[in-house]
Ligand binder design. Structure first.
Ligand code: ADP
Length: 451
C-alpha cells in the first residue's frame, strides 16, 4: 500500500516536473498542474486496464496464470488464486472422503438406503438395489414406498417406531428362488432415515431345516419306542408260550437295533459336522478296503434273506494299487453305505457291482451299480437330504435310517470328492464318488504313513 502511494506521488511529481519543464517561463505553475493532471489520468488508465485484466481473468474458469504479477492488482489476483486453490483442495478432500464413505457402504454385504426427510431415496448401494429391485439411474429421489410396495413394508415405513425390524420377501422372490430380507429403519439427522436390509434366506432355511430335523429324529425314535413299549406291555400282561415270547423278543431286538442304527448314524453325522477337515497325510489303502466291503456285502445279502449264503450276484473288481488321503473311518462309512444301499434295495437274485475307475487326470472314482428298482429322476436331487426316502417301508424293513446318503455326501465333501447318482426306474442305479488327484496316492510313490 505504501509503495502504491509512493509510486502515485512519484508519478505526480514526475508529471509536474515535466509540465514545469516544458511550459514557458511565465506559465510554469500552470504547466506543472497540467503535467500532474495528465500523469494522474495516465496512472488511472494504467490502473484501470490492470483492473480490467484481473476482472477478465476472474471470469475465466481456469485461474492458472496470473494476469498481472505486480502491484495492487497483482496482489489481488495472487490472493484470489491462493484462496480458490485452497478451497478447491478442501472440496476435493471432502469429495474424496465422501467417495470413500460411499465406497465403504457400497462394499457392505447389507443393503443400505439413505432416505431424506420427505421419504425420498437419496442414495442406495448395489445390495439394496438387488434386494428391493431398485435402479440406480431411475429411482434416485423417488419416494421409497412408491417403489417397495409390500403392504407390510409400507405399514412399517409409515410407523414412527423403528425399534424392531421387519422380515419380508425381497424383489423377485419365489418358491424356486426364495429371498427373505430382514429390514430396519434407523433415524438420523433431521428427519432422515437409514434403511438397512440383510439377506436372511439361508438363516431361515437353516432354522426350518433344524426344526424339520428335530421333528424327524423325534418321529424316527418314537416309532420303534412305541412298538417296544407295546411288546413290553404284552410280555408283562399276557401269559405267553415260550415260542411266542421268543418271537416277541426277536421283534423287540429288531426295534432296538433300529434305534441303535439311527443313533449311530446321527452321531456319525454330528461328528462329521463338528470335526475339522481330514488332513491329506493319512493314507487309506484301497485293496484291503475293497476286501472288507465285499465281505460286508456278502454278509448283508445273506442276513437280509436270512440265509447262510448271499442271495445277490456280487462282483467286486480287483482294486488298483491306490490309497486315499483322508480319514479311514469316514471313507469306509461312505463306501459301505453305497454298497449296503445297493444290496438292500436290490431284490434277491439281482446283481451288485463295485469297482474303481482311474481317470486320465490322475483322479479315481468308486462306483457301485445295481440291478435294483432304480430311482425316478425327481427324487435324485433330494436323496442326500436327511431322512429323505423314496421307498420308506423298504428302507425301514432293511434297517435303513434315511441318513446314509447324507453321510456319504458329507464325507465326499470333506475329501474334496463328488457324489454322482445315475438311475433309471426299473433298470437299476449307479452311485459314484469321484476323488480328485490331490486326495489320491498311487502306490508307486513312496507311501508316507503317519506315526
Ligand atoms: P436309507 O437308510 O433309507 O437307505 P439313504 O440316505 O441311504 O437312506 O438313501 C436314501 C433313499 O435313497 C433310500 O431311502 C432309498 O429310497 C433311495 N436309495 C438309495 N440307494 C438306492 C439304490 N441303490 N437303489 C434304489 N434306491 C436307493
Amino acid at each position: 500500500m505504501l509503495w502504491r502511494a509512493f509510486s502515485f506521488l512519484l508519478i505526480q511529481g514526475l508529471g509536474g516536473w515535466l509540465g514545469g519543464l516544458l511550459a514557458p517561463d511565465n506559465l510554469q505553475i500552470r504547466g506543472m498542474v497540467i503535467g500532474m493532471l495528465i500523469a494522474s489520468v495516465l496512472a488511472f488508465l494504467v490502473d484501470f486496464s490492470r483492473g480490467l485484466q484481473v476482472l477478465r481473468w476472474l471470469r475465466r474458469e481456469d485461474l492458472a496464470d496470473l494476469p498481472v504479477s505486480r502491484g495492487l492488482w497483482g496482489e489481488v489476483a495472487y490472493r484470489v488464486r491462493r484462496l480458490t486453490r485452497s478451497r478447491e483442495q478442501l472440496a476435493q478432500a471432502s469429495e474424496k472422503r465422501l467417495q470413500d464413505f460411499l465406497a465403504a457402504l457400497q462394499a457392505s454385504p447389507n443393503g443400505v438406503v439413505l432416505i431424506d426427510a420427505e421419504g425420498c431415496i437419496e442414495w442406495f448401494n448395489q445390495t439394496a438395489a438387488s434386494h428391493f429391485g431398485l435402479d440406480p439411474q431411475r429411482d434416485r429421489l423417488q419416494r421409497l414406498v412408491n417403489l417397495v410396495r409390500d403392504p407390510a413394508f409400507v405399514t412399517y415405513a409409515s410407523r414412527n417406531d423403528f425399534s424392531h425390524g421387519l422380515s419380508m420377501n425381497g424383489r423377485g422372490a419365489g418358491t424356486s428362488k426364495p429371498l427373505r430380507l430382514s429390514v430396519q429403519f434407523h433415524p438420523y439427522g433431521e428427519g432422515r432415515r437409514l434403511l438397512l436390509s440383510r439377506d436372511i434366506t439361508a438363516l431361515e432355511q437353516a432354522e426350518a431345516q433344524r426344526r424339520d430335523f428335530v421333528a424327524n429324529v423325534s418321529h424316527e425314535i418314537r416309532t420303534p419306542l412305541t412298538v417296544l413299549a407295546g411288546f413290553i406291555e404284552t410280555l408283562q400282561t399276557l401269559p405267553l408260550q415260550e415260542e411266542e415270547r421268543a418271537h416277541y423278543l426277536e421283534l423287540m431286538a429288531r426295534q432296538s437295533q433300529r434305534m441303535q442304527s439311527l443313533v449311530g448314524d446321527l452321531l456319525t453325522l454330528s461328528r462329521l459336522e463338528a470335526s475339522p477337515l481330514p488332513d491329506a497325510v493319512a493314507l487309506v489303502p484301497v485293496p484291503p478296503l475293497m476286501t472288507q466291503l465285499a465281505e460286508e456285502a456278502a454278509a448283508l445279502s445273506a442276513a437280509l434273506a436270512q440265509r447262510a449264503q448271499p442271495v445277490h450276484e456280487l462282483h467286486f473288481s480287483a482294486p488298483p494299487p491306490l490309497a486315499i488321503r483322508g480319514s479311514a473311518d469316514e471313507i469306509h462309512s461312505a463306501l459301505s453305505n453305497l454298497v449296503s444301499n445297493a444290496v438292500r434295495y436290490t431284490p434277491a437274485g439281482g446283481s451288485v457291482r463295485a469297482e474303481w475307475l482311474l481317470h486320465e487326470d490322475g483322479g479315481a472314482s468308486f462306483r457301485v451299480q445295481d440291478s435294483g428298482p432304480g430311482i425316478a429322476p425327481e427324487h435324485i436331487p433330494r436323496l442326500t437330504e436327511r431322512f429323505y426316502r423314496v421307498d420308506r417301508s423298504r428302507s425301514r424293513d432293511s434297517g435303513g435310517t434315511g441318513l446314509g446318503l447324507a453321510i456319504v455326501k458329507h464325507v465326499a465333501q470333506r475329501h474334496g470328492a463328488e457324489l454322482h447318482i445315475e438311475s433309471t426306474p426299473g433298470r437299476g442305479s449307479s452311485f459314484t464318488i469321484g476323488f480328485p488327484v490331490h486326495r489320491l496316492h498311487h502306490v508307486a510313490e513312496p507311501a508316507h504313513q503317519p506315526s
